[in-house]
Design a protein around this ligand. Structure first.
Ligand code: SIN
Length: 281
């Protein structure tokens, strides 16, 4: 089987065929997949039907497992969480706002893998916004506003006890564990160079970003709100349609992502792992 990488034709994303992820991968194939991942930022592998062992094995080709706070893992696994919504669930959609996974950590995950378990017949696309394009499309005078800013990140808005997924969140089937640990803050450059490619792009967005170092809170939030509109602009966005048996991996250092609905009356479940920060190896 020859590896085939077909770009989506959109702002990011490629469909990868000619590889059986149920079998061990050789170093050459892993290197080719990593190169494709860095180029296209989101890779979709159709017709794989991986089980949880396969998902863990695939994840480890790209690094160590990330540290996943605020979720209980699925029974019997330390590094897999279930992104789940029951057919009759009424709680607000999980992860409906743009974000880069766990950007509030000191060493946030390089990537995320999401493996289809149960896919509704329509809806439930995952949207990805290419943050290299969002940065590069800005005119120089607007780049100058953001270029050297340091963003303050925190998990408090979603995961603190009084946050979106805290005590007032009722009827959710996902096993989310809010905690005071969500109140911690962490800084990162707003427009870092990608550690592997050197290409600059916006990292994360309002939500996990709660302020800008050295800027008054009101001014920072106004600036971040305006920036978020830009970051999620239509021309930077690719909609990943899910298929049963599909695995998708993305680069949190290059894209934002968010969940969408449109599958009321159907169950949706995906198993998720994160790939730890790149160690330079
Ligand atoms: C996530 O942000 O991890 C979930 C995305 C999705 O459910 O499509």
């Amino acid at each position: 089987m020859a590896l085939r990488v077909e770009p989506s034709g959109g702002a990011c994303g490629a469909r990868v065929t000619g590889v059986d992820l149920k079998q061990p991968l050789d170093a050459e194939t892993v290197a080719a997949l990593r190169a494709a991942w860095l180029e296209h930022h989101v890779l979709a592998f159709p017709d794989q039907g991986l089980d949880d062992d396969g998902l863990e094995r695939f994840t480890r080709y790209f690094g160590a497992f990330g540290d996943d706070p605020f979720f209980a893992p699925i029974p019997g696994r330390r590094n897999i969480a279930a992104i789940r919504r029951e057919a009759d669930e009424q709680s607000p959609l999980f992860a409906e706002n743009w974000h880069a996974d766990w950007s509030f950590q000191a060493r946030p995950p390089a990537g995320t893998c999401l493996n289809a378990v149960e896919i509704p017949p329509h809806g439930g696309d995952t949207l990805f916004a290419n943050q290299h394009l969002a940065w590069e499309a800005l005119p120089p005078d607007r780049q100058a506003i953001y270029a050297d800013l340091i963003a303050v990140h925190s998990a408090r808005l979603p995961y603190a006890p009084d946050g979106t997924y805290g005590a007032r969140d009722k009827g959710r089937s996902m096993d989310i564990r809010p905690s005071e640990a969500a109140l911690a803050t962490q800084t990162h450059p707003l427009v870092p160079a990608h550690p592997e490619t050197g290409r600059r792009g916006f990292y994360s967005t309002l939500g996990y970003i709660i302020g800008i170092e050295g800027m008054a809170p009101d001014q920072a939030v106004a600036l971040l709100m305006e920036l978020q509109q830009w970051q999620g602009g239509e021309r930077f966005v690719f909609a990943q349609k899910w298929e049963p048996a599909m695995l998708v991996m993305w680069d949190n250092r290059s894209v934002l992502h968010r969940a969408t609905g449109g599958y009321e009356g159907y169950r949706r479940e995906l198993h998720r792992t994160t790939i730890a920060a790149w160690d330079g190896a």
